[in-house]
Design a binder for this molecule. Structure first.
Ligand code: FES
Ligand code: FES
Length: 158
């Protein structure tokens, strides 16, 4: 197949990639070392592959890589790391909201996108905004507790 070159901003850095025309964004990310974005269902149903594109949450498994040409993409690697975690990452760890961790990057990306639009997000906002993020381990109670603690509505800071 003919390769195509695309350029986009990835975690605040301008990057160029050669891609297959039918390559998905998650395949591009993972083969380029951004393995924090997880491939679960591969059909847009579970949210484990969620990334932020131009401020909006998108499932990377159902987007072609060429569709991000010229756009801004943020993955979990751009959010924080072990030494400098984002408040959402700290809150998830502190609340014990992570078990196998497979859903965690997608949940953090979805919550971050919501809090950037609405810093005082309520429980109802989180329920609605994260209804596409599935977790098979935790039962959601601790996840919700962690995310809500980062909303300014509860005195948190994200
Ligand atoms: S892997 Fe993309 S939504 Fe499930
Ligand atoms: S912690 Fe295992 S799927 Fe959510």
């Amino acid at each position: 197949m003919n390769m195509k070159s695309i350029t986009f901003t990835l975690n605040n850095e301008k990057r160029s990639f050669d891609i297959e025309p039918d390559e998905t964004l998650i395949d591009l990310l993972r083969r380029s070392g951004y393995t924090g974005t997880k491939l679960g269902c591969d059909t847009g149903m579970c949210g484990s592959c969620a990334v932020i594109i131009d401020g909006r949450i998108v499932n990377a498994c159902i987007l072609f890589a060429f569709q991000v040409d010229g756009r801004t993409v943020e993955t979990i690697e751009g959010v924080g790391d072990f030494d400098r975690p984002h408040p959402l990452q700290t809150a998830m760890a502190d609340a014990g909201a992570v078990q196998c961790g497979f859903c965690t990057p997608g949940i953090i990306m979805a919550a971050k996108a919501l809090l950037e639009q609405k810093p005082n997000a309520t429980e109802e906002d989180f329920n609605r905004h994260l209804d596409g993020n599935l977790c098979r381990c935790t039962g959601y109670v601790k996840i919700k507790e962690a995310l809500l603690s980062c909303s300014s509505a509860t005195g948190g800071q994200s």
